[in-house]
Design a protein around this ligand. Sequence first.
Ligand code: SF4
Length: 453
Amino acid sequence: MSNLGFHSLFHRTSAFGGLRTVRFFIERGKELFSPEASIPAKKSLFRASPPTLRSFNIILFTVAFELDYVNIVRMLELSSIPPLSNERDERYPLIISGGIAPSANPRVLSVFSDFVCVGDMDDLLERILEILFRCNFRKSENTLKEIEGFEGIYRMDGRTPKRWVKEDITVPAHSAVLTRKTEFSDKFLIEIVRGCRHNCTFCMTRCVTRPVRFVKSELITRTVKSVIAYTRKVGLIAPVLTDHPEIVEIVKKMNSLGFVASFSSLRADDFSEELARLLKANGQKTVTFAPETGSFILRKQIGKDLADEDLYRAVALAAANGVKRFRYYFMYGLPGETTDDVRNIVLISKKTMNLIFKMGCTLHLSINPFIPKKGTALEGESVYPLEYYREMQKLLEKELSGIPGISVKFESLRFLHIQHQLSIGNLDTGYLLNDCILKGSMRPFQELGIGGY
Ligand code: SF4
């Protein structure tokens, strides 16, 4: 429920007249759970027994991370729906998927989906639903052909025109359900920018969602005002918030209406005194920056033109305005990386701590292996043998341990090669995934990776 794409699907299908929409989640890869179906019978939408996934006409998946393909196959299996689309006939629901990961590379997921949407979903979803509604959800050849012809639907011949909103975003994604049970407890999330004007060569978001487009400030205000009776907390969502030309005015307007805004993604080189004051006025205590790598030269090579001095300046400014917790995102295993580049992660972290320690601040480092993503300039790069990551992890752990105020989290290496294959893969990768899940072993996938497990 922290994925805005998921909220958007739920909101738009619920608003489509005549449809009953239900959310399903998978827990621990083993059990399906639906909040709507688990409401006590009297209040439930369902008079009789709760529905299974298989009993629906359409199943929609929105996918931000490739590893969720594994969960999709498991969800279908748990629901007695053949995961491979070529093994399903008209007795089974129509399966449509979309989201940032399949927009970058629809091939792997196309093995499991009847349709994969590539690019912006604005109005495409409604057009598909209209057609299906008109034919009473029968999967006739004509219906499928009509949908297949839409711009933004993946075609096997590779000639898939990406669908994208060409001017301002007039249907911003926003929260459809407010609940205390998620990470963004009772916070109303709203998209204010789509796309990013920066040029980081590793970034899938940039490739899939470009060019940068904005939601007009009046529309943001109107949408946020509509939830005033339910919450006063607003999360502004964008690849980079400061890309919005009216960000300061938007936040001031939110505040004048009695809302407290929170700021998700900030760039250190855009961080101004005015922004720091806004953070303070909204009581924000945590700020995240992404230096990506330890040394400026490598950072520049991957398209992130952020000088160390800009990072320190932004941190000092934020700390002086009441921020207490800082988070840095780093990657290692980048093409052309040297041990010194990795060591510089320690250097940057120590220098940051020297700046903020006396102010009672902490620094959390999130250090993840770089995985080449389809559609990016680095898609053809390899991943290193596992030994390399282990060695670098040891080096960093040793040099960072015991520094007061610094904590570190390394992303697990367990799924590194699987995620890489799912990101750059093709139809065969999809079939291999299906086999692996059927046999209960991911070993064939791991053996595709350099170094194996
Ligand atoms: S600034 Fe962030 S969102 Fe934009 S291209 Fe770079 S990594 Fe991607």
